[in-house]
Design a protein around this ligand. Sequence first.
Ligand code: EPU
Length: 445
Amino acid sequence: MDAFVITGPTTLMGEVSISGAKNVALKAFVASLLTTDTVTLHNIPIIGDVLLMLDVLKHIGVEVEFINNTVTLRSPDSLIHTVSLEVGAKLRTSSLVVGPLLARTGMATIPNPGGCRIGARPIDRHILGLQKMGASITYDSTDGFFHVEAEKLHGADIIFDKNTHTGTETILLAAVLAEGKTTIQNAAEEIEVDDLINLLNMMGAKIQRKEKRVIEIEGVSSLHGTEYKILPDRNEEVTFAIAACLTDGSITVSSSTRSNLIHFYEVFSAVGGGIEEINETTTRYFRKFPISSIAIETRPHPGFMTDWQAPWAVLMTQANGISEIHETVFESRFSYVKELMRMGAVISFFDPKVSNPESFYNFRWHDQPEGYFQAIRIKGKTDLHNAYLAINDLRAGATLVLAAIAAKGVSYITGVQQIDRGYEAIDKRLSKLGANIKRINEGNI
Ligand code: EPU
């Protein structure tokens, strides 16, 4: 296992290109199961989760070629309908293969999905939707697998009680080849969902977003191959914007998608972040004013994304005054806090007053374990210092790397494979921006 050794503080300056969006790539691979033609996908990041998801597809029989940042996939006539525990349980998106496998084989057997440990992350909303489309689903607690069957799925009117990003995508991937029309109400608005819709429509699907949160899918009898370039990763762009402001540097980002970051920009500018539009797809980020404190609340798109709150917390350690972060999407996404406190950050947990928590929070509030807090208060400004740090989820990992770059002294970060799951060659790209970061074997610390 790898670890990072980071010596700070450094000011990050220079140019960086944004990779393709992980949270589109993983679903785009699954779309290729819907046809026996070849599907070619460009702008695919070379990251751990992509390699794991390609493994899931290889195990069920898909031919995969991954050269540079292009993946070519071809599903043969016959597919294996079981996702093995060995590969499937490592990745939440493995459950997305259910709809396409039902369309192709009438059966799907999948392990309880894994992914980042940021809460219970059940898939009950996905299951209710698939059942409404005619799937028979049983969970066998003796083997940990969902056993799903359907001769042919049919269209249905699906109403999600709460936002679900991959739940919406599960239904999309199941409905494109189902008999008749499916309507998803309270569908996720995330731009990654729309990119998947674009790809599926290029393959011959008939999907329309009728209103912001209503998607209509007219089932078709077959799909065909295509070539598609997935959109850049907005979460990565936010990470670099925060890095520039945090270190009082200047980072120019190419493959920038400003239109996807409107809510982030409101908050970023409000605390002193600078945004300069260089051209349509290039943006420079920097610190315009001394960083000031703010209270934010995470929400599904178009709100402040839950994926941004961990790096945001590091920025707020450099703000004068008290900042607050209220996490409303996942029930456990503050694993990085105790690590930041090790570096001198002054952070306390609290539970904000919420009048109807069950409907307000995106997770299942009544199932929340004892001792979880949904918000933090950060008192700044604090000079961060070096520490030994452990990473346990992807965004938290990027957060600790930023903190170590801004902190005084030599920090050691273990669990780097969590960052490698979602950020392509983060150490090399940060080095080019001036960071003093070295990758070593964990055993050498
Ligand atoms: N939820 C349920 N039941 C369900 C589905 C969701 O209780 O059936 C709960 C979840 O446990 C969570 C909340 O509802 O508390 C929201 O879940 P959602 O389904 O919207 O999120 P997700 O699909 O698990 C995706 C991304 C996340 C991103 C969120 C929010 C992928 C693979 N993952 O997660 O990305 O934070 O949407 O947009 O697309 C990451 O990239 O590191 C990451 C975690």
